[in-house]
Ligand binder design. Structure first.
Ligand code: 13P
Length: 257
């Protein structure tokens, strides 16, 4: 199973800066180890510029692109929304669904996230479903029920035979996002084991092969330890992905050439 090293640029970077970062990253990951994949989730407005920057650097297979959200319809009167088809048209292969910022700031429900997940997969995108508990939920011993609810509803419409490479889960504890407070190895091991056991029940044939990423204050300094943990199959990086140099150090974390 390849490690999936993903960058979420959130609402940062205009066209020039995004294209420059994509180009810089392409140069830095030229010798990408064969056991890793790299995906950039960039703002919608910069996807095409990044695609062109990566293509002209000959790096479009080395660094893949994804949208940070999508609407579960092919087209229609949905002002302000972007369809999976439009993401594919911009050169995307992936989409993020259910990021905690969308759940908290835009009131996205598990049911709506589930619809996006199923629709995006059926449209031909690879989906990364984000889940994670708040500090209050963790302190209230709600970790398991919260993660299991987010998984059950988020994956409700996913075909049982979904190919393992088309679906990934990103575990991002809300209290570790943008706070500098990284989850401890026992926190990560516990949550990822719980997610793995859910996936094995939900997808008996390929639950073992689905990638589970950790996200939340991942930095070049802590990435090697995080990716060495059981059931951690990659990372989803916010702040430390904005600089190509720091993200490339995460991409190569723990790799011995
Ligand atoms: P930070 O790496 O900035 O904590 O953000 C994590 C995240 O939300 C990635 O999706």
């Amino acid at each position: 199973m390849k490690l999936l090293m993903a960058a979420n640029w959130k609402m940062f970077k205009k066209l020039d800066e995004a294209a420059r970062s994509a180009r810089d990253l392409a140069a830095l990951v030229k010798n990408l180890p064969p056991d890793r994949e790299v995906v950039l989730f960039t703002p919608f407005t910069t996807l095409r510029a990044c695609f062109e920057a990566l293509s002209s650097a000959g790096a479009q297979s080395l660094v893949q692109l994804g949208g940070q959200n999508c609407y579960p319809a092919r087209e229609g009167a949905f002002t302000g929304e972007i369809s999976p088809d439009m993401l594919l048209d911009c050169g995307c292969a992936h989409v993020l669904v259910g990021h905690s910022e969308r759940r908290a700031l835009f009131a996205e429900s598990d049911d709506f996230i589930g619809k996006k997940c199923a629709f995006a997969l059926s449209s031909g995108l690879k989906v990364m479903l984000c889940i994670g508990e708040t500090l209050g939920e963790r302190d209230g011993a709600m970790l398991r029920p919260v993660l299991e609810r987010q998984l059950a509803e988020g994956l409700a419409g996913v075909p049982d035979a979904v190919p393992a490479e088309n679906l990934a889960i990103a575990y991002e504890p809300v209290w570790a996002i943008g706070t500098g407070r990284v989850a401890t190895p026992p926190d990560i091991l516990g949550a990822h084991a719980l997610i793995r056991s859910f996936l094995k029940r939900r997808f008996p044939t390929q639950g073992d092969e689905l990638r589970i990423l950790y996200g939340g204050s991942v930095k070049p300094e802590n990435a090697p330890e995080i990716i060495s943990l059981d059931n951690v199959n990659g990372v989803l990086v916010g702040g430390a992905s904005l600089q190509a140099d720091s993200f490339s150090r995460i991409v190569f974390a723990g790799h011995r050439s």
